[in-house]
Design a protein around this ligand. Structure first.
Ligand code: FES
Length: 106
């Protein structure tokens, strides 16, 4: 089971600019959605685009390479050309710090 890792301060995470952090060598995007911090993988499931460079609109993020859209809360694909969801990591807030756990291989 992956360990919790402190990756950022709460006040560094915004709703408009994705914050990229390193989690055990995996790039993870932190973003605020309706006052909740979401941690989602930074690699598009279509062809490896950097999700963090995409635009955020209405709780979704659009991959800058070919325009696939993903729900930030669930990681689900909202529009092609991607068909596989992004992984959403568990988030814990403590003492003003954001911790994320890599549960992909639990
Ligand atoms: S790499 Fe993201 S839509 Fe193609």
């Amino acid at each position: 089971m992956g360990e919790w890792a402190s990756v950022a301060r709460v006040d560094e995470v915004t709703a408009s600019v994705p914050l990229v952090v390193d989690l055990d060598d995996a790039a993870v995007v932190l973003v605020l959605v309706d006052d909740e911090i979401i941690a989602i993988e930074d690699i598009c499931t279509h062809d490896g685009g950097d999700i963090s460079e995409g635009c955020i609109v209405d709780g979704a993020i659009e991959c800058p390479r070919h325009g696939a859209r993903f729900c930030l809360r669930t990681g689900k694909v909202l529009s092609p050309p991607a068909y596989e969801p992004l992984h959403v990591f568990p988030v814990r807030i403590e003492d003003g710090k954001v911790s994320v756990r890599d549960d992909r291989w639990d």
